[in-house]
Design a protein around this ligand. Structure first.
Ligand code: ADP
Length: 473
C-alpha cells in the first residue's frame, strides 16, 4: 500500500511530519486484526498546525474563488490518479466492499469539482444616490474539521473543500478508527496548496476536544454522534466558535398502502442497508401500512438473504463487516434484545463469526416503537418494520423522536405523499427514495440531528462570515 507499508506521517504545514506522540493501531474490520499504524499528533503539533494556518490565511484568502477553484480541480485530478489506492485503503480500514469504496472516491471527485465552480460574489443591498450597501462574505479563518469512520474520505471532502474554496485554512482530524485513507487524501491536498492552508492531525477524542477549545480555531465542522456534537459545542463555547454539526439521526420511512412492493423493496433495502446501515441518513425505522407489512418485510428479508457477507476486498462480497467492535457489539445487542422481547427475524438465522465483525443484514418484525432497536439509532445492519393503520398515527410516530435528519414517504399518489412529507420533521424528506445526497442540495438535521447545513449555496455560505459595508455618499 505505498506509503502505508511503513509508518505513515502526519501532514502539517505542507510537510510530511513524524508524529511527536508515537503511533496507534488501525484494525481491519474484516479480520479484527491490527493491519497498520497511524501517527498520533501531539497537542504541540496541533498548535503548530494552527500557527501555520493563521500565517497562510491572508494570502490564501486574497485569492479569487476562481483561483482557489483551479487548485481544487488539480487536487481532484491527483485524487483520481490515485483512486484505486485510495479505494483499497478505505476498504481495508472501513470494511465496505471495494465497489462501494470506489463509489465513495467517485462521489468525492464529484463533490470537489462541484465545489470548485462555486463563488459567493459581493451582493449589493442598496445603491441609491445617498448610500450604497454591500454584503461581503469573508473567510472565517482556521476551520477545524472532525470526521467519522463511516464514509471517511467522502465526509472529509464535504468538510474540507467548501472551507478551502471560501478562503479558509483547514485542519482535519480523521476518526482514529479510519485515519489512513484520510492521510492519503491529506498528502494529496498538502502537495497542492500553500504551506499551512491544510494540515491533518490524527488522534482520538481528546485531540478533537483540544481542537474544539483551541483559541486559534475559528470554526468547527463536525460529523458524528449527537453526544460528541454536544461535547464539542460545550468546548467551543468559550471561544464562541462557529459550528456546523451533522449529528446522528434515526430516519423514519413511511410506506403508504398504495405503494408497489416489488418496485420499492430493492430501493428500501439499498437505502436502509447502505454501507451496512452505517450511514447517518439511512432508513432506520420502517413504518408500513398494515396491509403491506407481510409482503414488504418478506421481500426485504429475501433480498437480505441474497447478500454475500464477507471481506470487502473479496470481489464476491456484497455486504461488508461492521466497522468496529463497539458498533458490532451494539448492533448485536439490539438484535438480541429485539428477539428477547418477542421480535421475529425474517432474514434467517446467523452465526456471528468473529474475529471479523460480520452481521448479516437483519429484518425484524413484531417489535413496537418502544424497543431499543427502534428508539436507538442502530447505525448497523438491522431494520425494524413497524405496522400502522392510520397515517396520522404513522406521522406522529415518525416525528416522536428527538432527532430529525432525514425521512421518506413511499407510495403512488404524489398528492398524498406530499401531504405526508410536509408534516415530517426532518432536514431532508425524500419521496420514493432515501439517503441520496447531492452536492447542490443542502443537507442538515433538525432537532438533535445538528446545526446548520452542508452542500449547495447555503452550505458554502456556512464557511464565510458576513461583513456589511455601508458607503455614505
Ligand atoms: P461515533 O460515531 O463512533 O459515536 P464520534 O461521534 O464519537 O463517533 O466520533 C466522531 C469523531 O469525533 C471522531 O473523529 C472522534 O475522534 C471525534 N471525537 C470523539 N470525542 C470527541 C470530543 N469529545 N471532542 C471532539 N471530537 C471528538
Amino acid at each position: 500500500m505505498g506509503i502505508f507499508t511503513e509508518q505513515p506521517h502526519l501532514f502539517i504545514n505542507g510537510q510530511a511530519t513524524a508524529p511527536a506522540d508515537g503511533f496507534f493501531d488501525v484494525i481491519n474490520p474484516a479480520t479484527g486484526a491490527v493491519f497498520a499504524q497511524a501517527p498520533q499528533a501531539s497537542l504541540g503539533q496541533l498548535d503548530e498546525a494552527v500557527a501555520g494556518a493563521q500565517k497562510a490565511l491572508p494570502a490564501w484568502g486574497a485569492l479569487s474563488y476562481a483561483e482557489r477553484g483551479a487548485v481544487l480541480l488539480d487536487i481532484a485530478a491527483a485524487i483520481e490518479a490515485r483512486s484505486a489506492e485510495l479505494a483499497k485503503l478505505i476498504t481495508l480500514e472501513q470494511g465496505k466492499p471495494l465497489a462501494v469504496a470506489e463509489g465513495e472516491v467517485q462521489g468525492t471527485l464529484a463533490w470537489i469539482r462541484y465545489t470548485a465552480a462555486q463563488d459567493l460574489p459581493v451582493e449589493v443591498l442598496e445603491d441609491s444616490p445617498h448610500k450604497r450597501i454591500e454584503l461581503h462574505r469573508k473567510p472565517i479563518g482556521v476551520v477545524g474539521s472532525i470526521t467519522p469512520w463511516n464514509w471517511p474520505v467522502m465526509i472529509a471532502t464535504w468538510h474540507i473543500f467548501p472551507a478551502l474554496q471560501c478562503g479558509n485554512a483547514v485542519i482535519n482530524k480523521p476518526s482514529e478508527l479510519t485515519p489512513l485513507s484520510t492521510l492519503l487524501l491529506a498528502q494529496i491536498i498538502s502537495d497542492h496548496v500553500p504551506a499551512g492552508v491544510f494540515s491533518v492531525v490524527c488522534g482520538a477524542g481528546a485531540l478533537g476536544g483540544a481542537m474544539s477549545g483551541h483559541k486559534g480555531i475559528d470554526k468547527i465542522v463536525f460529523t458524528g454522534s449527537t453526544a460528541t456534537g454536544q461535547k464539542i459545542m460545550v468546548s467551543a463555547a468559550e471561544t464562541l466558535k462557529k459550528l456546523t454539526l451533522e449529528l446522528g439521526g434515526n430516519d423514519a420511512a413511511i410506506v403508504l398502502p398504495d405503494a408497489n412492493v416489488a418496485e420499492i423493496a430493492p430501493k428500501i433495502f439499498a437505502t436502509a442497508f447502505i454501507n451496512g446501515g452505517q450511514t447517518c441518513a439511512a432508513i432506520k425505522r420502517l413504518y408500513v401500512h398494515q396491509d403491506l407489512v407481510a409482503p414488504l418485510s418478506q421481500a426485504l428479508a429475501d433480498i437480505a438473504k441474497q447478500q454475500i457477507v464477507g471481506p470487502g476486498l473479496d470481489p464476491s462480497t456484497t455486504f461488508g463487516p461492521v466497522q468496529n467492535k463497539a458498533q458490532y457489539d451494539k448492533v448485536k445487542g439490539l438484535i438480541d434484545a429485539a428477539v428477547a422481547a418477542g421480535g421475529e427475524i425474517l432474514s434467517g438465522a446467523q452465526t456471528f463469526t468473529e474475529p471479523g465483525y460480520y452481521i448479516q443484514p437483519t429484518v425484524v418484525v413484531n417489535v413496537d416503537d418502544h424497543h431499543s432497536v427502534v428508539t436507538e439509532e442502530q447505525f448497523g445492519p438491522v431494520l425494524p418494520v413497524l405496522a400502522y393503520t392510520d397515517i396520522d398515527d404513522a406521522i406522529q410516530r415518525a416525528n416522536a423522536l428527538s432527532v430529525g435528519l432525514g425521512a421518506s414517504v413511499w407510495g403512488s399518489d404524489m398528492a398524498i405523499m406530499h401531504q405526508v412529507a410536509d408534516q415530517l420533521e426532518a432536514g431532508t424528506v425524500w419521496l420514493n427514495n432515501h439517503a441520496e445526497l447531492a452536492p447542490h442540495a443542502p443537507f442538515g438535521g433538525w432537532k438533535l440531528s445538528g446545526i446548520g447545513v452542508e452542500f449547495g449555496l447555503d452550505g458554502l455560505k456556512a464557511n464565510t462570515i458576513v461583513q456589511t459595508k455601508q458607503i455614505s455618499r
